[in-house]
Design a protein around this ligand. Structure first.
Ligand code: CTP
Length: 217
């Protein structure tokens, strides 16, 4: 089994020294890469800028990128030959409309930035997904969690969506633990306890494996 995995944040440059980013650490995505390798899969891990060392397993190939556009281009190369796609990256939805060639100097009391939309990696690749391929997305929501997550599943052609709620203590960005619910296309919801991201990664990989086996049966 070949797995395409996106992880970490993206950095969208503003000038040679500044960027727009987010607080994703990449821990959940890196833990998933290790867990897939643990069950014998080969993994292409496309990672935004994170402080984590590249996974040691020889069956994980790590490709480091910075921007959403670079992450999309790297993922598009791998997607046709990967049976499983997991989109764990926190991709910046917008980037600065222009990247200043020189450091932006301070001037005036306010500064307005114009942002333009980035490519939606999961949704764009989702349009090319073949019936035998399996896609898993993540959703981080603060309100109407289940409804938003189900909408994302349909819009991005996911088979499963992993929902983290920011309302849960210990879940989401920066923590070593996570508490998630998993939704499928039939609207079935599985709730998981708060647990270490490494343990949760193993549980999610088992769930994905079981779903793939069922769809081939
Ligand atoms: N995603 C992606 N490319 C983007 C934005 C999101 O591949 N440009 C993927 C994420 O990796 C995740 C899923 O889409 O698996 C949902 O991401 P999220 O940021 O929650 O969704 P958005 O579509 O950005 O919706 P919103 O910000 O309005 O909640």
């Amino acid at each position: 089994m070949h797995v395409l995995l996106t992880a970490g944040p993206t950095y969208e440059p503003l000038d040679p020294v500044r960027f727009l980013g987010n607080r994703s650490t990449g821990k959940m995505g890196y833990a998933l890469a290790e867990a897939f390798a643990g069950v014998g899969a080969t993994v292409t891990l496309i990672s935004g800028p994170v402080a984590l060392p590249p996974p040691a397993s020889p069956s994980i190939k790590t490709v480091r990128v910075e921007t959403a556009q670079q992450m999309y281009e790297a993922a598009a190369v791998v997607a046709p030959t990967a049976e499983v796609w997991v989109f764990a990256a926190a991709v910046a939805d917008y980037r600065p409309a222009t990247v200043a060639p020189e450091k932006i100097k301070k001037a005036g009391d306010t500064l307005t930035l114009e942002l333009v939309k980035n490519v939606d990696i999961a949704a764009t690749l989702g349009q090319t997904k073949r019936p035998e391929q399996f896609a898993v997305g993540f959703a981080l929501e603060t309100t109407n969690e289940l409804a938003h997550a189900l909408d994302k599943l349909q819009r991005k052609n996911f088979d499963l969506v992993v929902l983290n709620s920011l309302r849960d203590a210990g879940a989401g960005f920066g923590h070593d633990t996570n508490k998630v619910s998993v939704l499928d296309r039939a609207g079935q919801v599985l709730n998981f306890e708060l647990q270490a991201k490494t343990e949760l990664a193993r549980v999610l990989v088992q769930l994905i494996q079981a779903r793939i086996t069922t769809s081939y049966a």
